[in-house]
Design a protein around this ligand. Structure first.
Ligand code: NAG
Ligand code: NAG
Ligand code: NAG
Ligand code: NAG
Length: 467
C-alpha cells in the first residue's frame, strides 16, 4: 500500500516521535534501574558495614572490659645489710612497692619482669599468636627480644607497612657517676617492620651511635632518647627527631636525622635548642593537613612547649607556646580524634613509674586541659603507676575510630636492655573525672581510658582496608 507523502511523513513523524518518547522512557527506566541498583548496592553495602561494625563492637567491648586485679601482697626484699649495720640502724624501714619494683633482688621485680620462658614469640604458632601480653618479653621474627625503647610507630603508606623505631639499649647498664642515673651507651636507633603490629622483623640499626668522635652528638657516651619518625609528603623524606643529651642531661637538645627510606640509613643533621629553649623528653606529631609539630619538656621539665616544624620538617619555626606550665610533665604522647587533640604524659621521677595524665585541646597550640588519670582496671597500684610503665606513643587504628594502642615502657633501671613494653587499648568516650581549667567544671571533652589487660588482641577490622 502506498500513502500520500504528507500522511507518510505524518506517520514517519509519529514513528519518530514514538521513537523519541520511547528513548526518553528507556533513558528514564535505565536511570531508574541504575538508581535502584545503586540504592540496593548502597543498602547492601550498609548491611555489610553493619555486620562488620557489629563484629567490631563485640570485640571493641572486650577491650573496654574493666579487668580488675587483686591488690598486691608481697614480702619485701631481703635485708642485705650486715647484721652489725642492722643493729646500728635498726630494722629496715618498710619500703614502698615502687622501691621494691626497682630493686632487682625483690619478688616484686621478678613479678613485673617475667623471665624468658614466658616470652611472646611470632615464630611459635599457638593460641598466643596475635595476643599482646603487657610486660612480657616480646621477641622479633629472629627470636631476639625487641630493642625499641622510648619508641614510636610510623605507618608508611608507600609500603603499607608499620615501622617501629626505638632506642637499642642492648648494652651494659652502668652509672657514669655515683649520683647519676642508670644508663646504657648509645648504640643507635633500631627499626622493626610489621604488617599486623604484632609480628616484628628487625630492620637493623637505622641511625648508629658514634664510636670514636667524642665531639659528635651521637658519641656513645651521650644520650639518645625517644626517637620518632614522620614522613614528609613534599620532600619525600623520612624525618627523625630525638632527644640528644650528655650523660648528665645538661645539653638538653633535640636532634634531627633524615632518610630517603623508612628503613634508613638515616643521616644525622644536627642538634639544637628548639626556639633557644632546653628540650628533654619530646615527641613530634604530623597533623591531617601535613603540618607537623614538636612537643618537648622544657624549663627544668616544669612545662611543655609546642610549636610547628618548618615545611620540610627539618627545623622548628619561630613560633612556640608554653603549655601545662608548672605541671612538671614528660614523656608526651599525642594523638587526634574527631578534630580534638589528646595527649598522655607522665610525671618526672626518672626511671621510677608514676601516674599518667590525659590532656585535651581544641588547638594543638593550646590551651591544653588536664582530664585526670586515664588508667582503668588493674588495681590501685597499677593505676597509680601507669601499670608500672611510662608513655611513649599512641598508635591510631585506621579501621576503628576512637580506638588506639597506648605504647609505654616498663623501664628496668638495673638492666635497661631488659626494659619491657606495655601496650594497651586506649579508647575515647564517657565523662572525664577531673574538672577542667577552662570550662567551669563542665565536661568539655570525652574521657580518655587506657584499659588494663593481661592478654588482649586487636579486634578484627582494625585495618582501614578491611572495611
Ligand atoms: C592453648 O591451647 C591449648 C589447647 O587448646 C591449651 O591446653 C592451653 O592451655 C592453651 N594455652 C593458653 C596459654 O591459653
Ligand atoms: C667529629 O664530629 C664533629 C661534630 O659532628 C665534626 O664537626 C667533626 O668533623 C668530626 N670529626 C671527625 C674526625 O670526623
Ligand atoms: C657530669 O658531672 C660530673 C660530676 O657531677 C662531671 O665530673 C662530668 O664531667 C660531667 N660530664 C659532662 C659530660 O658534663
Ligand atoms: C633553624 O631556624 C632558626 C630560625 O628559626 C635558625 O636560626 C637556625 O639557623 C635554623 N637551623 C638550621 C639548622 O637551619
Amino acid at each position: 500500500m502506498t500513502m500520500p507523502d504528507a500522511s507518510r511523513s505524518a506517520v514517519m513523524l509519529g514513528i519518530f516521535s514514538g521513537l523519541v518518547s520511547s528513548t526518553a522512557a528507556l533513558c528514564w527506566s535505565l536511570t531508574g534501574f541504575v538508581l535502584i541498583v545503586y540504592f540496593y548496592a548502597y543498602i547492601h553495602q550498609n548491611d555489610k558495614q553493619d555486620i562488620v561494625y557489629s563484629n567490631h563492637l563485640v570485640d571493641t567491648r572486650k577491650l573496654e572490659k574493666v579487668e580488675e586485679e587483686e591488690e598486691f601482697h608481697f614480702t619485701p626484699a631481703k635485708d642485705r645489710r650486715s647484721p652489725r649495720a642492722i643493729k646500728r640502724k635498726g630494722p629496715r624501714k618498710p619500703t614502698s612497692i615502687i622501691q621494691e619494683f626497682l630493686d632487682d633482688s625483690s619478688q616484686v621485680h621478678a613479678f613485673f619482669f617475667p623471665n624468658k620462658k614466658t616470652a611472646i614469640s611470632p615464630i611459635k604458632e599457638g593460641n598466643d599468636s596475635m595476643h599482646f601480653y603487657p610486660g612480657q618479653l616480646w621477641l622479633d621474627t629472629d627470636g631476639n627480644p625487641i630493642q625499641a625503647h622510648g619508641g614510636g610507630i610510623l605507618y608508611d603508606d608507600n609500603t603499607e607497612t608499620y615501622y617501629w623505631y626505638g632506642e637499642n639499649k642492648d648494652g651494659p647498664t652502668y652509672h657514669a657517676h655515683e649520683s647519676s642515673a642508670a644508663r646504657v651507651d648509645i648504640i643507635g636507633v633500631n627499626c622493626y617492620s610489621s604488617k599486623d603490629l604484632w609480628t616484628w622483623t628487625n630492620e637493623g640499626i637505622v641511625l648508629p651511635g658514634e664510636e670514636t668522635n667524642v665531639s659528635h652528638d651521637l658519641h656513645k657516651s651521650n644520650v639518645l632518647e625517644r626517637p620518632k619518625v614522620i614522613y614528609n609528603d613534599k620532600t619525600d623524606k623520612y624525618v627523625m627527631w630525638m632527644h640528644i643529651d650528655d650523660a648528665n642531661y645538661t645539653k638538653a637538645s633535640v636532634g634531627v636525622a633524615v632518610s630517603d627510606s623508612a628503613t634508613g640509613p638515616f643521616t644525622f643533621l644536627y642538634s639544637m635548642h628548639p626556639q633557644g629553649c632546653e628540650s628533654r623528653d619530646m615527641t613530634i606529631f604530623k597533623d591531617d593537613n601535613g603540618e607537623a609539630y614538636i612537643i618537648y619538656s622544657s624549663n627544668d621539665n616544669s612545662e611543655l612547649h609546642v610549636g610547628p616544624l618548618t615545611d620540610d620538617y627539618l627545623n622548628v619555626s619561630g613560633f612556640m607556646k608554653r603549655i601545662l606550665v608548672g605541671r612538671h610533665r614528660e614523656a608526651p604522647a599525642l594523638f587526634k580524634h574527631q578534630g580534638i587533640y589528646y595527649m598522655i604524659t607522665s610525671g618526672c621521677t626518672g626511671w621510677a613509674p608514676n601516674e599518667a595524665l590525659a590532656h585535651a585541646a581544641e588547638s594543638i597550640m593550646g590551651p591544653w586541659e588536664t582530664m585526670g588519670n586515664p588508667c582503668t582496671g588493674g588495681n590501685r597500684i597499677l593505676r597509680s603507676t601507669t601499670f608500672f610503665a611510662q608513655s611513649t606513643f599512641v598508635v591510631p587504628l585506621q579501621g576503628l575510630s576512637g580506638i588506639f594502642i597506648f605504647m609505654a615502657d616498663r623501664w628496668n633501671p638495673s638492666e635497661l636492655r631488659d626494659s619491657r613494653y606495655v601496650w594497651l587499648p586506649l579508647t575515647i568516650g564517657g565523662l572525664p573525672d577531673e574538672p577542667l581549667d577552662y570550662s567551669f567544671g563542665f565536661p568539655h571533652w570525652p574521657r580518655v581510658s587506657i584499659y588494663w589487660h593481661q592478654r588482649w588482641r586487636l579486634p578484627e577490622g582494625w585495618r582501614a582496608e578491611e572495611r
